[in-house]
Design a protein around this ligand. Structure first.
Ligand code: DHB
Ligand code: MG
Length: 223
């Protein structure tokens, strides 16, 4: 199988199962114009995340890594009108663009984008926002995956769902010789999850427009 076939099938299903979506197309176009890396979740993955958050009945969502706000918008659409999504992003330019994209999507009332290194921002955020999150999406600098996962756990309740993007990296996760800090970051995360009795977890490999990659899905145990 080739990348072209993965993309063609991915696009076929997205177009088949979804109506054109001006707000999301706008994000992708603005991101391209700004020269942002095309690291947004794919269109199908965006729907997948929204459906997961809806199935979870999420009212409070935490996102680490906003980029241009593509996944932010997908996830915020899962929220009831009084729900809240807090998204953490280090890059001021991305923050500004993402805020505009969220506004164009009509979701400003539900979304707050917090600028700065997420670990520092979360430390501050925790002082005034002790409530747990129902759903967490971690999609930021991979070397700090375990730091963000620890924060997700601190903000969790029994049943909280935590998704981590980009854990397969075209199979690099198994490369013995790798010194790639992203891969090493995913491995440290896996060791943390394996040693953490509070969660159960699985990984789902994906192919599609973003190549061969995958998600970890963890759930905080009920007892
Ligand atoms: C990279 C980061 C992402 O979040 C992603 O979805 C794909 C690639 C990267 O840093 O290479
Ligand atoms: Mg990603």
């Amino acid at each position: 199988m080739s990348q072209d076939q993965w993309s063609a099938v991915d696009n076929y299903f997205y177009r088949m199962l979804n109506q054109p979506d001006a707000a999301l197309e706008n994000v992708l176009q603005v991101n391209r114009e700004q020269g942002f890396p095309s690291h947004d979740v794919s269109e199908n993955q965006g729907v997948f995340l929204r459906l997961l958050a809806e199935m979870q009945g999420a009212r409070r969502i935490l996102e680490v890594g906003t980029l241009g706000g593509y996944s932010t918008i997908c996830l915020a659409r899962a929220l009831p009108t009084d729900g809240r999504l807090f998204s953490f992003e280090i890059d001021p330019k991305r923050v500004a663009i993402a805020r505009k994209n969220v506004e164009l999507a009509g979701l400003t009332d539900r979304v707050e984008i917090i600028e700065g290194p997420a670990a520092d921002s979360l430390d501050k955020f925790a002082l005034t926002n002790p409530e747990p999150f129902d759903f967490v999406f971690i999609d930021a600098d991979k070397k700090n995956n375990s730091t963000y996962f620890r924060w997700a756990l601190r903000f969790s309740r029994p049943g909280t769902v935590i998704i981590v993007d980009n854990v397969v990296r075209a199979g690099a996760i198994l490369s013995e010789s790798t010194e790639n800090p992203c891969v090493l970051g995913v491995r440290r995360l896996n060791e943390l999850i394996a040693s953490e009795p509070r969660v159960e977890a699985t990984a789902l490999q994906t192919v599609g427009t973003k190549g061969w990659d995958g998600f970890i899905m963890a759930r905080v145990r009920s007892s």
